[in-house]
Write a protein that binds this ligand. Structure first.
Ligand code: G3P
Ligand code: MG
Length: 230
C-alpha cells in the first residue's frame, strides 16, 4: 500500500510548505499530496483560498498581489510555495499528487508537469492529478490522456463508478470514513485503484491494508510506513 504525505508531512511541519515536503521525503514516503490554487498566472500550494488558517494573513488570496503573498508566514517562517518550487524540491524522488482546488486554467498545471519532465527528474508516471471538481479533471484528461487522474469524493456516491469511468480515472480517492470493503471490492472489479484520505490511525491502516487498498494519504507518512513495515 502506497503512503502519500498529506499536504506534505503535515503532522510534523506546517502543511503545504517546503519544510513539510522535505520532511515527507526524509520520512521515506512513496508520494506527496499538495493542494493548488491559481493566483493570476501562478499556481500556489495552499489548501484554502482564505489565508487565516495557515498563514499570518487575513482575507482571501485574490485580495493580495503575488509579492504580498510571498511575504506572508505560512508557519515557522515558511512561505507559500509555488507548484514549481515544490516540483524542484521533490525532483522526481517520489510521486506527486497535485490536488487542484481553485484552478481555472488547467493548462497551467499541465505546463508545469510538462516542464518538470524536461527540467527535473520526473516522468509522467510520477504524477497524479486529483480534484473534487470533476469538470477540471475531464479537461485535464482530454488534453493529456496518459496522465493519471484521481477522482476525489468526500462521500460514498451511488454513481461513483459512472463518473470514474467517464473520466477514465486511474483511481478514486475517498474519505476513509465512507469506505467499506464492498466499495473497495467493487472499485477493484472495475479496474480502479483506491486511495483513502486522511489515514493516521493504525486501526484504519490495518483495515485498509487488509482490503488491499492501493494507497493512503497520511499526515504522518513516516509513522504510517513504519506501522505497515512492522
Ligand atoms: O487528496 C486527498 C485530500 O487532500 C482531499 O481533501 O480537503 O484534505 O484537500 P483535502
Ligand atoms: Mg488535499
Amino acid at each position: 500500500m502506497l503512503v502519500f504525505a498529506h499536504r506534505g508531512a503535515s503532522a510534523d511541519a506546517p502543511e503545504n510548505t517546503l519544510l513539510a515536503i522535505n520532511k515527507a521525503l526524509e520520512q521515506g514516503c512513496d508520494g506527496i499530496e499538495i493542494d493548488v490554487h491559481q493566483h493570476g498566472h501562478q499556481l500556489l500550494v495552499i489548501h484554502d483560498h482564505w489565508l487565516h488558517r495557515t498563514t499570518n494573513g487575513t482575507g482571501q488570496l485574490k485580495e493580495y498581489s503575488f509579492e504580498q503573498l510571498q511575504a506572508l508566514d505560512a508557519g515557522l517562517g515558511e512561505r507559500i510555495p509555488t507548484l514549481w518550487q515544490v516540483m524542484e524540491c521533490i525532483a522526481g524522488r517520489c510521486m506527486l499528487n497535485i490536488e487542484i482546488k481553485g484552478v481555472k486554467d488547467v493548462q497551467l498545471v499541465l505546463d508545469n508537469i510538462e516542464k518538470a519532465q524536461h527540467a527535473l527528474n520526473f516522468t509522467l508516471d510520477h504524477f497524479i492529478v486529483s480534484s473534487f471538481d470533476h469538470h477540471l479533471l475531464r479537461a485535464i484528461k482530454e488534453h493529456t490522456p496518459d496522465l493519471k487522474i484521481g477522482a476525489l469524493t468526500a462521500c460514498n456516491p451511488i454513481g461513483y463508478a459512472r463518473f470514474a469511468e467517464e473520466l477514465s480515472a486511474y483511481s478514486v480517492n475517498v474519505d476513509v470514513s465512507f469506505m467499506d470493503e464492498a466499495f473497495v471490492l467493487d472499485a477493484k472489479r472495475r479496474g480502479l485503484k483506491i486511495f483513502a484520505y486522511t489515514v493516521d490511525q493504525q486501526a484504519d491502516l490495518a483495515r485498509l491494508e487488509d482490503w488491499q487498498v492501493d494507497g493512503v494519504f497520511s499526515n504522518g507518512p513516516g509513522k504510517a510506513k513504519a506501522f505497515l513495515a512492522a
